[in-house]
Design a protein around this ligand. Sequence first.
Ligand SMILES: C[S@@+](CC[C@H](N)C(=O)[O-])C[C@H]1O[C@@H](n2cnc3c(N)ncnc32)[C@H](O)[C@@H]1O
Length: 267
Amino acid sequence: MDEYRQNNLALWNEWTRINAASSEYRLQQFKAGENSLAPLELTEVGDVSERSLLHLQCHFGMDTLSWARLGARVTGIDFSDEAIKLARSLSSELNVPAEFIQSDIYELPQHLDRQFDIVYTSYGVLSWLADLNAWARLVARYLKPDGFFYIAEMHPFAMIFDDEASEVRLRYSYFNREVERFSVSGSYADPTAECAVKEEYNWPYTLGGVINALLQAGLVPEYLHEHPFTVFQQFPYLVKKENHCWVQPEGMPQFPLIFSIKAQKRK
Ligand SMILES: C[S@@+](CC[C@H](N)C(=O)[O-])C[C@H]1O[C@@H](n2cnc3c(N)ncnc32)[C@H](O)[C@@H]1O
């Protein structure tokens, strides 16, 4: 594992502890029965009952277990040992059946060798991945011929704007392909928390890069949707509508904050 992924793994182990304790993640409400999924993916993925679902980069499993509560037979994978440990303990504490596998996504074929009706991944996953083509090939490998892939993710166009500025300000190049280093304070769910890891490494992606990676892997999008809302306070000026829904203030020109893609294997 290279030094960037090593650092990010240590970071995600720290962030698991911080996020689970944060009010943002609503773990206690989840334990009491609340579903952690946003209306977008609930609507677009649709009925999952009796379907096998592979959740890539599942963090500590709240979304995975939410799909299970809706009737899916779920498998979640993540490289963070702390996240997988917590996911397994939630599964047994809440009596919600689920399989959780600790693995770097690129090493998954060493641990898992079957196909699924649905391959699912969401919000904050792609920027941790150095090779989108290899990622898309994995998605295709784990998808049954009649299954579908679904992703809801941060829109890369929104990522060119300064996330600390109180108004829209251009800060990053859309076309940068190099790994980027950012300083860390706390986690995105609790910026005030003590975090021993002080930096993160991200790989920027473009919308075209995602679509082309899927196409090259034999996955054909049924749709690409772009949305003017997101699931967390990505910019100081966003306004909270309800849980999992942040929007740009009324009257402000709107730019896309998230995108979603549903894709099937080429026949
Ligand atoms: C923002 S979280 C995804 C959150 C997810 N939407 C949820 O809360 O259910 C990103 C996840 O990617 C995982 N991750 C990052 N790099 C990875 C890699 N190379 N292989 C597997 N998992 C990875 C992290 O451990 C983290 O749990």
